[in-house]
Each structure stands twice: as structure tokens, then as C-alpha cells.
Design a protein. Structure first.
Length: 486
């Protein structure tokens, strides 16, 4: 694509009249630049892409997008905001791939990963080629790739969507984080269905207030558009039991479908009954009841299933197909995942890293726990400090044996993080073991027949970030080894 053709999508007041080289790729990392690349200078938290523009030209960049004048031997196109420009240019360069996909976006504090995997499975079971972008990985048809962020930057997103289209994918489902919405990473994404799971405290280190956090989430629903097209209807799927849904309903022109348990909703779960083998409930849609047995535990799991059913229904999947698919799902990695190495006590690994998610998991455990409940839990460094005492308080109130330990301390002192947690539980009984492996080993050594151990916070993660070093660490492998050694 020629540079000037690509630039038409930016609609500048004064059109660019410089050279018109052929653009073979778009990059914002100078290390990936090849001959013919358009290099976009992005100002990040630690580095400024403008400082690497010269290196990009040396590697063959044909043109530069920048926010300030750069004196180089290739065309330099000045824009007010390179991040916003990148989203537009990526969408144009990759030929607006999301218009060729049925795109479902999921936002909320908890449940995004499980809900996205449930939706993906429903469509796959219905014979659809699928794509998925989220916390655990990116999936393009049968190909799995690692991912760094829950929602990648716009350039990576549009490239992935283009690969999905080229691979024959029809349905793409993705987790949409509040950071991505606030930073415009999903600009250019043509969503057909937007799903809201829930809103509880998280990421206040970034958003500062719950009101601002909620505003960021609302952008997904506002960005469904303002027009009505019977050939391509848009839907907002909202949790009727969460008060934030009212703002999201008012933020969108799309058709609104609600799901819930306690409040009246279009899609509702009634008569919920949990057993050690799963959860039974009646799915009620327009006064018609369908018995459901799912291999998940917890009220929070029912919400995830309801959200998935709603998204699939408005996307045209039949209710019987949906139910068959849901009932066949055994679980999602790192989400209430049982670790069984022949022990006579229960071990669960869960990604619970917010006060609400930790409370939900521990309350679910209380439904079947008959003896002691151990919880090994920490809080991430360089993240919302205000939730640390809350997490500790929940651990002490809902478990008999709380053990506070390190999560991903990053640049913070692990002991300082633990002190923040302890501030919320003065006078309570708990153990502090900064080394996560030692903390898990301690829980295993102390557990006896019929006890439950919950290892919370990291779930599917296979690493631990200490300082600026990423160490191999998988809670599931560590606890399995501890059980076998015992």
C-alpha cells in the first residue's frame, strides 16, 4: 500500500504532499523494522519511540509517523497523537479485518477469561472456526501464541484479526481490559456483541477512582455504534445483578440483553444447587426452563455461564447446542483448577487476585469444606495498594488458616507488600511466609484428611516477576511437587 493512500485514513487538515513510498509493514518497535516499513514513534512509560526513529531508518523504514519534527532521509508525517494514529493506520493497512468477523468483546473485573473460553467453545462445538485473544494466550484457528497483555495494542490486534480472517475464522472473542479501553487500543474494532461481567475494585493505581474505572469500561458499550442495521445487529449483554449495568445500558444504542440470578433478567438462573461434582440450576428464558448441569462450582461460575449463553444466543447459536456445549466443559486452566496427586485433601489453584474474586472463591469452598481451609495468597507489586488490606481481611474472615506470601512483587519490596496486607488484619491469626514456594509447602505439610488448600492469585501463570527478572513458577507444579515429596 502506498504511503499517501494509507494516510488518507487520518484525514489531516493539510494533506501530506511528500514522497509516496510503498509501505510493506507497520511497526512501532524498531527491532522489527524491515525494508519498506512505516515506523510509528510511540511515547511509552519508559522509552520514547522518537529516539529510535534514526535506527528504524537505518534498518530500512520507508517513512516515519511522529509527534515532533525529525530530520531524517525519509518522509516524516507529523500527527498530534501517534497512538491514536496507529490504531487508524493499522485498521486501514490490514483492511478493516473486524468487519469480516463476528467479534465479541468481554469486559469486567472478574470472569473475562472463563467467559471468553466458554463462548469460544460454544462456537467451536457448533462447527465455527474461532479466534480468541485474552490473558492466557492468543488463538488463531488452531494456532496458539503467547500474549503479554490481556488486550494487546492496536497494531498487534489488527494484525491478529487479519491473520484470523486469512485463516478462515468466523468468530473472534476477546477480553477487553479497562486499560485498553482508556488508551484506545481497541479503536477500530467493530464489535458485534459487548459483554459485561461485573465491576469491583481493581486497577485503582491506574484509574484512581471507581467512577473513572467504570467510565473506562463503559467505552466498550458506547463504541458499539449509534446506528441500527438489521443485517448486522449489535448487542450489549449486561449483568442485571450489577449496579454498573445501568450506566452501560445508558451508554449504548445497541440492543440490550440482560442475564442474572437475583434481579429479573432476560436470561436467568434459578434453583441453584451445588454438589462436589458441579452445579445444577434451571436456565429460564422467556418463561421456558432448561435444566443445566455444569462441571463448575460457585455462584460466580453461574454468572460466567449465563453471560456466555446470552452472547451465544444473540449471535444465533441454538439453545440446545449451547447447553450441550456448556455441560461438556470441564474447566479453564487456573480457574478453580483442582490439583490431584493422590492426596486425601483438596487443593485448588485459582487466579483470584481481587478482593471480590478471592471472596467468591472462598465462599464457594465453604459450600463443601468440612474441616480446615488454608489460603495461600499475596498481592502484586506496582499495582493497586488499597486492595492489599482488603485481600488479607477476606482471607482471615473466610479461611481458617491464611498464609500471606509473595505474588509478583515486581519492583516493590515483598516485605513492604506483606506489611500493607497485615495492616488490614491486626489481631487476627495468620502466617507470613514471603517465599511463595515455602508458603505452598507449609500449607501442604500442615493439611490433613478432608482439608482444603486454596492457592490464589496466579492461576494459569507460569512465572513470578521479582524485580525485573521473570522466574519460572507455576503454582500447580509447585504444589504437586510438594504433595509428592510429602
Amino acid at each position: 500500500m502506498k504511503l499517501q493512500e494509507l494516510l488518507k485514513s487520518l484525514h489531516p487538515i493539510v494533506p501530506f504532499k511528500g514522497e509516496n513510498p510503498e509501505i510493506t509493514s507497520i511497526e512501532n518497535d524498531n527491532r522489527k523494522v524491515q525494508k519498506g516499513s512505516l515506523f510509528i514513534c510511540i511515547k511509552g512509560y519508559t522509552v520514547d519511540g522518537h529516539d529510535f526513529a534514526g535506527a528504524a531508518v537505518e534498518k530500512g523504514a520507508a517513512a516515519i509517523i511522529a509527534e515532533r519534527p525529525l530530520f531524517l532521509d525519509v518522509p516524516v508525517v507529523l500527527v498530534k497523537d501517534t497512538t491514536r494514529a496507529m490504531a487508524v493506520l493499522a485498521d486501514t493497512f490490514y483492511e478493516q479485518p473486524t468487519k469480516k468477523l463476528h467479534l465479541i468483546g468481554i469486559t469486567g473485573t472478574n470472569g473475562k477469561t472463563t467467559t471468553s473460553h466458554l463462548i469460544e467453545k460454544i462456537f467451536a462445538d457448533a462447527g465455527e472456526k474461532t479466534g480468541l485473544i485474552g490473558t492466557m494466550y492468543t488463538k488463531i484457528a488452531d494456532r496458539i501464541m503467547e500474549t503479554k497483555n490481556t488486550t494487546p495494542e492496536s497494531l498487534t490486534l489488527q494484525k491478529n484479526f487479519r491473520q484470523m480472517v486469512d485463516a478462515g475464522v468466523g468468530l473472534a472473542v476477546m477480553e477487553v481490559s479497562s486499560h485498553a479501553l482508556d488508551q484506545g487500543r481497541v479503536h477500530g474494532c467493530d464489535y458485534d456483541v459487548a459483554v459485561f461481567t461485573n465491576l469491583t475494585q481493581d486497577h485503582l493505581d491506574y484509574h484512581k477512582t471507581m467512577a473513572e474505572y467504570q467510565r473506562a469500561k463503559s467505552l466498550l458499550f458506547a463504541q458499539l455504534g449509534n446506528t441500527f442495521d438489521n443485517n448486522k445487529s449489535k448487542f450489549a449483554v449486561l449483568n442485571a445483578d450489577d449496579p454498573a449495568s445501568d450506566m452501560f445500558r445508558r451508554s449504548t444504542a445497541a440492543h440490550v440483553i440482560t442475564y442474572g440470578i437475583d434481579e429479573k433478567a432476560d436470561i436467568q438462573a434459578k434453583n441453584i444447587h451445588m454438589t462436589p461434582k458441579g452445579t445444577n440450576f434451571d436456565l429460564v428464558i422467556e418463561a421456558v426452563s432448561y435444566p443445566i448441569h455444569m462441571q463448575f462450582l460457585g455462584k460466580f461460575s453461574v454468572y460466567n455461564v449465563l453471560a456466555s449463553i446470552a452472547a451465544a444466543l444473540v449471535s444465533g447459536i441454538g439453545i440446545n447446542e449451547i447447553i450441550t456445549s456448556i455441560e461438556s466443559v470441564e474447566g479453564v486452566a487456573g480457574r478453580f483448577e483442582l490439583v490431584n496427586a493422590g492426596q486425601d485433601y483438596t487443593v485448588i489453584v485459582d487466579y483470584a487476585h481481587t478482593p471480590d474474586s478471592l471472596e467468591n472463591v472462598l465462599k464457594t469452598i465453604q459450600h463443601f469444606a468440612t474441616k480446615r481451609v488454608f489460603v495461600v495468597v499475596g498481592c502484586g507489586g506496582d499495582r493497586d495498594r488499597t486492595k492489599r488490606p482488603l485481600m488479607a481481611r477476606i482471607a482471615c474472615s473466610l479461611a481458617t488458616d491464611p498464609i500471606f506470601t509473595s505474588d509478583n512483587p515486581r519492583s516493590e519490596d515483598p516485605l513492604a507488600i506483606l506489611k500493607d496486607m497485615e495492616a488490614g488484619v491486626e489481631g487476627e491469626s495468620y502466617q507470613v511466609i514471603p517465599d511463595r514456594k515455602a508458603a505452598i509447602n507449609m500449607a501442604v505439610r500442615q493439611a490433613s484428611v478432608g482439608d482444603v488448600i486454596l492457592i490464589a492469585g496466579k492461576g494459569h501463570e507460569t512465572y513470578q516477576i521479582i524485580g525485573d527478572i521473570v522466574h519460572e513458577f507455576d503454582d500447580r507444579l509447585v504444589v504437586r511437587e510438594a504433595i509428592e515429596v510429602r
